[in-house]
Design a protein around this ligand. Sequence first.
Ligand SMILES: [Cu+2]
Length: 501
Amino acid sequence: MGSITRRGLLIGGLGTAGAAGLGTYAATKGSGASAPKGAFGAPTPVSPDPGQTVVTKSLTAKPITLDLAGRTVSTWGYGDAVPGPLLRATAGDFLRVTLDNQLPDETTIHWHGIRLRNPADGVPGMTQDPVKPETSYVYEFTAPDPGTYFFHPHVGVQLDRGLYAPLIIDDPNEPGGYDAEWVLVLDDWIDGTGTTPEQVLEKLLANDSGSGGMGGMGGMDHGEMGGMNHGAMDEAEPWGDAGDVTYPHFLINGRPPADPETLRAKAGQKVRLRIINAASDTIFTVALGGHRMTITHSDGFPVEPTETDAFYIGMGERYDAIVTLGDGAFPLVAKPVGKAGGGQAMAVARTGSGAAPGGDASPRELTGRVLIGSDLRPAQAAKLPSRRPDATARLTLTGSMQPYAWGMNGAPFGKNEPLTVRAGQRLRINATNMTMMTHPVHVHGHTFALPSGLRKDTVLMAPMQSFAIDLDADNEGDWMIHCHNIYHAEGGMMIALEYIA
Ligand SMILES: [Cu+2]
């Protein structure tokens, strides 16, 4: 009975706010130590420091169409294409980005992974009012750390439309050592194919698993895969039940395998891959046929260079890799983990002549060594200074598919108690996944260290897995910690991290 009540509450929140839980944050906020929030008003203009380079950009969020190998679908995007335009700056630059909202809905932009000032973080009800249709909003912040990032809305399930784009912060001290750079944005796609992401969420919350684009849950999904696709079963193994939604398309840089992007360089050249998982519900295994990759960065931070055949990338994660290219045309494949519907994302890496690989190319590297990102070791420069934690907090991932109700610390967002920290503290968060699904846990405004010292802002937690993450509380404000499966987040799997006096 209690679970039915909770489900009812979530659906209620969705109907009124368009984003479950987000609307309730401001309402419950008054009981905390900070001032009540409700109306944030226009952003307070800030000025760059003297000598700071200013990078100015305008983005229009609007309804657009996307051509998926001849099938035209309606969606929402930034500008005229999916992904939206690459935003690029150098570490330490001041970014001033104007969002013009021409969508029929409220929106925001969250600058995923950037350790920025709190008012620019893009969380409606927590750091700003949502940006209403036909209005604009100016985001101003310094991007302190080099790396591969992306940006997307933090409203409802808008991320599962075409509203995402890569954000690269260059390192002025980057040694380089590569000849070319390829930015690859991965996505799972359903929008405009007869179902919108909002309809997907509605059906998940209603637990109507028998219709629409929904896959089965838990054991059912596994049973189907075992019969249909033995390879997928093996791949899903570290992650258990990896996703809820069956997608008709998987894209790299907005294109399906039937009309792939061709990435060009010369044979023998070293190329830097910047791979971003902008999917809402899909972990991918990434491999480049005929090549081994050397992973150099995880979520922007350098790691001990690690060679592998393939690697997993969770929703919200980014990995950089260096590859020395052979001569020919090779499939760069992102294969969804544990999806009963099959399919994959693919681009073509071309250095020479030869036929392009087919859209169903399955490079043997996919079945070689598949690296789990959290096993990477940090580069010395990426480590947090050695220090005992000053405070600890508990973060338990809870919930289930039936009913579709997710939470952190035993309750959905808006009903759970915020985590708290004091400025200057080293906070140890003891995280435990008490569910039978994998969840990418994302922390806003900070990066954290795993017990190995590996720095990340998004980390995959396998079913029933526990580990501690340490962060330095050096960025005051109210921040979000949440699952980067956007359907889980909207189902309640979020919690606030608040600075207290
Ligand atoms: Cu999740």
